[in-house]
Design a protein around this ligand. Structure first.
Ligand SMILES: NC(=O)c1ccc[n+]([C@@H]2O[C@H](COP(=O)([O-])OP(=O)(O)OC[C@H]3O[C@@H](n4cnc5c(N)ncnc54)[C@H](OP(=O)(O)O)[C@@H]3O)[C@@H](O)[C@H]2O)c1
Length: 254
């Protein structure tokens, strides 16, 4: 595939932004989306400076019409949709299960779960018609195991892992591959929001590779999964976590 047409949600920061920049450097045709028009316009300009063709569409993934607009922009502007990276996500309010609220649940599940489903719905609409495509969702290591005080977020990311497998089975007959990345601790704004400075120090010492990942490292894994090099891989949730899920690490020397 020479210049794939790529759609990315939640592209204005962190992992989404790093992935957009990586695709732009490869000369992809990009539709990036997010919730802030001014930042989005700047990002599109930056991506064009990297040599890509890029459009920004302002979109909240909780709204179906917004998601439809993002996907339709790819088809209207570039004629097809090869790769979709469904990255937008929120951690919501981290706290004990006794403090879960309707509002908190809704914000996390509507973004992480309904948002992913809406993206898949509209990406499938186009990819089925054109005879194939590749989709990468974003789960988390907390979509594979638990974490205290993050029941809602962990529940939503477990849902993304399950949705990925079910959608992969449905897509297979149409040449559509659906996988997910499950990042571990990755240095982004979300990582800073969720983990205190003290926690961040501790994370470095318990991770097998002794450091959190970078958004660029997650982007590399996304690009691999989305590419033809992973042509026989579908329905998989790839942990990109510096070995965290491989097992219990050695205790740091005291
Ligand atoms: N960093 C980690 O350690 C880690 C680990 C595992 C999984 N993840 C997952 O990785 C993905 C990217 O997160 P990140 O680490 O790069 O953090 P981030 O910088 O906070 O990125 C999240 C992006 O999603 C956007 N977003 C949130 N709600 C949205 C909505 N309703 N509609 C459209 N966009 C929305 C945010 O934009 P706004 O500014 O508009 O909110 C932001 O640009 C998320 O799905 C996250 O759950 C991250």
């Amino acid at each position: 595939m020479s210049a794939p047409v790529v759609v990315i949600t939640g592209a204005l920061t962190g992992i989404g932004r790093a992935t957009a920049c990586a695709y732009a450097r490869q000369g992809a045709d990009l539709v990036v989306s997010g919730r802030h028009q001014d930042v989005g316009d700047q990002l599109a300009e930056e991506l064009r400076d990297h040599g890509a063709q890029a459009e920004f569409v302002c979109a909240d993934v909780r709204r179906e019409q917004d998601v439809r607009n993002v996907v339709d922009k790819a088809v209207d502007r570039f004629g097809r949709l090869d790769i979709a990276f469904n990255n937008a996500g929120t951690e919501g309010k981290i706290g004990p299960v006794t403090e879960v609220t309707d509002e908190g649940y809704q914000s996390v599940f509507d973004t992480n779960v309904k948002g992913t489903l809406l993206c898949l719905k509209h990406e499938f609409r186009v990819m089925k018609e054109q005879g194939g495509g590749s989709i990468v969702n974003v789960s988390s290591i907390f979509g594979l195991m638990g974490y205290p005080d993050a029941t809602v977020y962990a529940g939503s990311k477990h849902a993304v892992s399950g949705i990925t497998k079910a959608a992969a089975l449905e897509g297979a007959a149409h040449g559509i591959r659906v996988n997910a990345v499950a990042p571990g601790y990755t240095r982004t704004a979300m990582y800073e929001r969720v983990n205190s400075a003290k926690d961040r120090d501790a994370i470095g010492s318990v991770l097998p590779v002794h450091r959190p990942g970078t958004p660029e490292e997650i982007a590399e894994a996304v690009q691999y999964l989305a590419s033809d090099k992973a042509g026989y891989i579908t329905g998989q949730v790839l942990t990109v976590d510096g070995g965290l899920m491989a097992g219990w690490p050695l205790f740091p020397e005291s």
